[in-house]
Design a protein around this ligand. Structure first.
Ligand code: AP5
Length: 216
């Protein structure tokens, strides 16, 4: 089964994608993670996208669709969770082509419906363990022992450079202007399902499970 998780920055796409990986063995394909890896590795693509990402703007369609094309086959058997892709109509068409040429097709586009103002606090407070990547939050989820990762015991944490308020607002404006308009493309195909993204992580997960189980 191949699905898209759609929603603005901080809607919970990554949180739910990781859970679906653990619970259902699906594969998360996050263009944000791919681009951050390219930045950290200092590849030519990483160097090209750095400033665009730090401003909160969208990277070019050609770059992200090429990245997805490189990773798509890794999810052939287990099913893909597209997280943060597609983000423009052009990317949606590119994904359709990439899946088509592999004899695959999308099952669902799950939109996480959220209150954007509430998301600014969610995003600007988050940080992760620099070693294992476990996620934390200044207000909602601190490590049990201050300064020590609950999962791996590491003492170093990191924050994303684009998680400051000004950049978050640009990312949200980009979502409204360029990504939300792809919904009608999928609505026409009858693929869109909506979930209340302001509910708890567990409630959102249960709603997504119910959608995926309805396919069986
Ligand atoms: P990307 O990495 O995709 O970032 P994003 O879409 O802005 O999404 P986030 O990762 O910020 O949020 P999320 O929805 O995954 O929420 P999360 O689960 O982490 O993209 C970054 C940049 O890369 C873009 O700005 C662009 O420059 C570039 N890019 C990437 N893809 C691109 C593409 N296709 N085309 C062009 N450019 C592209 O949750 C957030 C926080 O909330 C966490 O602390 C979490 O613990 C908490 N939380 C989650 N769910 C809940 C809940 N239900 N209740 C309470 N707290 C919750």
């Amino acid at each position: 089964m191949d699905i898209i998780l759609l929603g603005p920055p901080g809607a919970g796409k990554g949180t739910q994608a990781k859970r679906l990986e653990q619970m259902r063995g699906m594969i998360q394909l996050s263009t944000g993670d791919m681009l951050r890896s390219a930045r950290e590795a200092g590849t030519p693509v990483g160097l090209r996208v750095r400033e665009v990402m730090d401003r909160g703007e969208l990277v070019s369609d050609a770059i992200v669709s090429a990245l997805i094309g490189e990773h798509l086959d890794s999810a052939r058997d287990k099913g893909a969770i597209f997280d943060g892709y597609p983000r423009t109509l052009h990317q949606a068409e590119a994904l359709e082509f990439l899946l088509d040429e592999r004899g695959r097709n999308l099952d669902y586009v799950i939109e996480l419906v959220v209150d954007e103002e509430m998301l600014v606090e969610r995003i600007t407070g988050r940080f992760t363990c620099a070693s294992c990547g476990a996620g934390y939050h200044d207000r909602f989820h601190l490590p049990k022992a201050q300064g020590t990762c609950d999962i791996c015991g590491n003492h170093e944490f990191k924050r994303r450079p684009d998680d400051n308020e000004q950049t978050v607002r640009t990312r949200m404006a980009e979502y409204r202007a360029k990504t939300a308009p792809i919904l009608p493309f999928y609505e026409e195909k009858g693929m869109v399902r909506r979930v209340d993204g302001m509910a708890s992580v567990e409630e959102v997960a249960a709603a997504i499970d119910a959608i995926l189980d309805s396919k069986a």
